[in-house]
Design a protein around this ligand. Structure first.
Ligand SMILES: *Cc1c(COP(=O)(O)O)cnc(C)c1O
Length: 393
């Protein structure tokens, strides 16, 4: 007999069950590594793959299943998988689809850490790669071989923001390498600017860290596809690798998702206004923003997209040294210096245009990428104006 003052067991095995039927705007945060089964038969027969049952926290909770379903809807796919970061989404696709002797292709303006994972881990595992120029589909055609099992697309390219002709790139892969899967890094479009799956893409990855989080405070990524067999390969690989996400983080994304279209539209408008101002400044030799006429790939952006993210890059005139450009970035007050984007605070980062390409870069000198947050655009323009003023003096 346990005495009445021993609270250990009732604090664990408590008889009270909260009534069902509680509803509020928030998706419940349901935590659990261990999941209880009513009997051994259930333990042996349950499957998490189709999200019809719970087996272990790593494989899904009500909170993560709900977020996955909403993300599949956002991107126009049928299956979504959560992973701990956008980069984990990229490496999951690589690990699920590539084996020794295979080859993967990357656009030269791809998100830098994607190239780094390919060069280091994939190369060490005997997986080859080649880089193509996304604005020259014939360079993709030339790089495809019978060993090509995966082709990455990104629209627009990271940092330099050239928008490729996605339809032609997809058609090129289908014609010359029907065995290859096509994956798109959809972080910039966020499921809002264009419909990746309508273009024939097989897999999208998305850094939920950016716009879906919206707060600059959560790291998470997603992988979305339409094909059931592809989903099985990706999902089983994810479970074997052990990529889980915290439910509090999943709840933070669920809380931010309803305002995603509004924030994206606001940051799109801010990006266009800021880009238009940049074109009036003689310090900038080039303004890169896909919705800006004359920016590389603008015609493709126009034929694919109904919106744009709030990213703008400027190439400084050659008369400014890298040190002067650094001093410009240091002089910014509202724009903070830091990686990532999609949060409330505007950010700026300088890049050496030579260091970010394998092939010949069409740009010279130093580039600064701005990501527009949610501040007043007039205040951001005033901030950039004062920092340019210091540069001249
Ligand atoms: C930020 C980013 C990623 C990686 O996301 P993390 O969550 O920071 O790992 C991947 N692709 C693109 C285009 C990004 O901007």
């Amino acid at each position: 007999m346990t005495d009445d003052h021993d609270k250990r067991t009732p604090l664990i095995h408590h008889p009270y069950r909260a009534p069902e039927g509680f509803e509020s705007p928030a998706v419940p945060v349901v935590k659990g590594s261990t999941v209880f089964f009513p009997n051994v038969a259930a333990l042996r027969s349950r499957t998490w793959l189709d999200r019809s049952a719970y087996t272990y926290g790593l494989h899904g909770t009500p909170t993560t299943f709900t977020l996955e379903e909403r993300l599949a809807t956002l991107e126009g796919g049928t299956h979504a998988m959560l992973v701990p970061s956008g980069l984990a989404a990229i490496s999951l696709v690589d690990m699920a689809l590539l084996a020794i002797g295979d080859q993967v292709l990357l656009p030269d303006n791809v998100y830098g850490p994607n190239k780094a994972f390919t060069r280091h881990e994939l190369a060490a595992w005997g997986i080859g790669h080649a880089v193509y120029d996304p604005l020259q589909p014939d360079t993709l055609a030339a790089a495809l071989t019978p060993a090509t099992k995966l082709v990455w697309l990104e629209a627009p390219g990271s940092v330099t923001l050239e928008f490729p002709d996605l339809r032609t790139l997809v058609a090129t892969v289908r014609e010359h390498a029907p065995q290859a899967a096509i994956a798109l890094d959809n972080t910039w479009g966020a499921g809002l600017a264009f419909d990746a799956f309508e273009l024939g893409i097989d897999i999208t990855v998305h850094a939920l860290t950016k716009y879906p989080s919206g707060g600059g405070d959560v790291l998470m990524g997603s992988v979305v596809c339409r094909d059931d067999a592809l989903y099985r390969r990706l999902a089983l690989c994810r479970s074997r690798i052990g990529h889980g996400v915290g439910v509090d983080d999943a709840a933070a994304i669920l809380r931010a998702l309803p305002s995603l279209p509004l924030r994206y539209a606001a940051q799109d408008a801010a990006g266009r206004a800021f880009a238009a101002w940049c074109t009036t400044r003689p310090e900038f030799a080039q303004v890169l923003h896909p919705a800006l006429p004359g920016s590389p790939g603008h015609v493709h952006w126009r034929s694919h997209c109904r919106a744009a993210a709030g990213l703008v890059s400027v190439v400084f005139d050659r008369r400014f040294s890298a040190q002067q450009v650094d001093a410009f970035v240091d002089a910014l007050r509202l724009f903070r210096i830091g990686w990532s984007w999609g949060g409330p605070v505007s950010l700026a980062v300088p890049y050496d245009t030579k260091a970010i390409r394998d092939g010949r870069t069409p740009y010279e000198g130093t580039l600064v990428r701005f990501c527009l947050g949610l501040e007043s655009v007039d205040d951001l323009v005033a901030d950039a104006t004062q920092a340019l003023g210091l540069l001249a003096g």
